[in-house]
Ligand binder design. Structure first.
Ligand SMILES: *Cc1c(COP(=O)(O)O)cnc(C)c1O
Length: 400
């Protein structure tokens, strides 16, 4: 018995039609196309941002956002110890120093700071998940404690279906005069209190990379909500050709995927909620990460509470050890489940490369024990919920 994952990238006829139209119009072979301009406009309007520029990757988007902030040698940028490793690298490449803070542990719907930073505050049973959980995103309570004269910016990523607490992060950044950069590479389509993800930071990043929720094979976008910073984008990008371009053919295939983004985000979030609430409580020792808004204890989460819509690029859960993780991934792949490891923790980097104001036990735990399942597996209708649940139950049984 194996699980059949839906095809990815999507094989929709409208994607083929859009690419063909770009070929027939000749735009495929031109600079500065209407295709790219209208995509920028559409992203700005869909994501509620004042300005959007397309670029060649999510990583380039972060580099450009940091350059807009004029980050350079000697500056510091706060990042989560558990995050896309390219973010740390990009800060370093600009000569700046990453400052590591931990990710968020929450309890009873309210995020709390771990009280035992050196111990193991982690829930390892499913009983424990009913009172607490982990959101793998920058912990706002640690921001001020990580402050320093050289800090200029903060990068906060929405990861694995959980949202960073943008309103609080923004408030703290504004108090300190720091630029908040929102990494929405995993979370396009998500909404927090009816506001689109990507519109909370002073700047933001999107990725259209080959595994992402919207793919152009590679690609990205810089989002700006601050006119002073956005004004620097032209000078960085136009020299006079676009220095980090997204090709017109790539721009063409993004539109049809945006058309269906809301529908697919909702499907994925329903499947994720089914897994968190109805399946994982039976799988002893496996602890799903989830946004407090889908706290399994909360019974009143309405199916249509679309004002808060998590976006799942990866669905993630903790297993009891790194060894168990290797077994789960190997056996899961055989069952047809698209599994892999989470990110590594940057806390192992030397203190020459980064500043580490305090231990980051939760980030370190995620780096060792997190299994992630690709969004393809979440793109299923209710008639396939049973097959996905069976495959996960079988995997749990095989790897006990
Ligand atoms: C994929 C990813 C990126 C980088 O995107 P690329 O287009 O691959 O450079 C950045 N941040 C996060 C959180 C990501 O998942």
């Amino acid at each position: 018995m194996t699980f059949e994952c839906p095809a990815w990238p999507p094989d929709w006829p409208e994607i083929e039609a859009a690419a063909l139209a770009a070929i027939r119009s000749g735009e495929w072979g031109q600079y500065h196309t209407m295709l790219a301009k209208s995509l920028q406009k559409r992203l700005a309007s869909d994501l509620d941002c004042s300005k959007v520029r397309l670029c060649c990757s999510g990583t380039a988007a972060l580099e450009l956002a940091l350059r807009c902030c004029q980050i350079s040698t000697g500056d510091e940028v706060i990042v989560a110890a558990y995050d896309f490793p390219g973010n740390f690298r990009t800060v370093e490449l600009l000569g700046a120093k990453p400052v590591l803070v931990d990710v968020t542990e929450w309890q009873n719907d309210a995020p709390v700071l771990s009280e035992t930073p050196t111990g193991s505050p982690i829930p390892t049973t499913n009983e424990a998940t009913q009172i607490s959980g982990i959101s793998p995103t920058l912990c706002p309570e640690q921001l001020s404690a990580a402050a320093g004269e050289r800090v200029r910016a903060v990068v906060a990523s929405h990861l694995h279906g959980s949202f960073a607490e943008m309103a609080r992060l923004r408030q703290i950044c504004d108090q300190h005069g720091w630029v908040l950069i929102e990494d929405a590479c995993q979370a396009i389509g998500g909404r927090i209190q009816n506001q689109p993800v990507g519109s909370f930071g002073h700047m933001g990043t999107l990725s259209f990379g080959g595994s992402k929720l919207i793919s152009a094979g590679s690609g990205g976008a810089i989002l700006a909500n601050d006119d002073r910073l956005a004004a620097r984008l032209g000078g960085l990008l136009d020299r006079p050709g676009d220095t980090f371009p997204l090709a017109p053919l790539q721009a063409a295939v993004i539109g049809p995927q945006l058309d269906r983004l809301d529908e697919l985000t909702l499907i994925r979030s329903r499947v994720a909620r089914f897994l968190v609430r109805d399946l994982f409580p039976d799988l002893h020792g496996w602890v799903p990460l989830c946004d407090p808004a889908i706290n399994p204890q909360e019974t009143a989460v309405a199916e249509d509470r679309i004002s808060h819509l998590p976006a799942y690029y990866k669905f993630a859960w903790l297993v009891p050890s790194n060894e168990a993780r290797q077994q789960v991934i190997a056996a899961g792949l055989k069952l047809g489940l698209p599994l892999g490891e989470g990110f590594r923790s940057m806390s192992k980097s030397s203190s020459r490369r980064c500043r580490k104001p305090f231990p980051t036990p939760i980030a370190d735990l995620l780096a060792e024990q997190l299994v992630v399942m690709d969004h393809r597996a979440l793109l299923i209708g209710p008639e396939q919920f049973g097959a996905l649940a069976d495959a996960l139950r079988e995997l749990h049984r095989l790897t006990r």
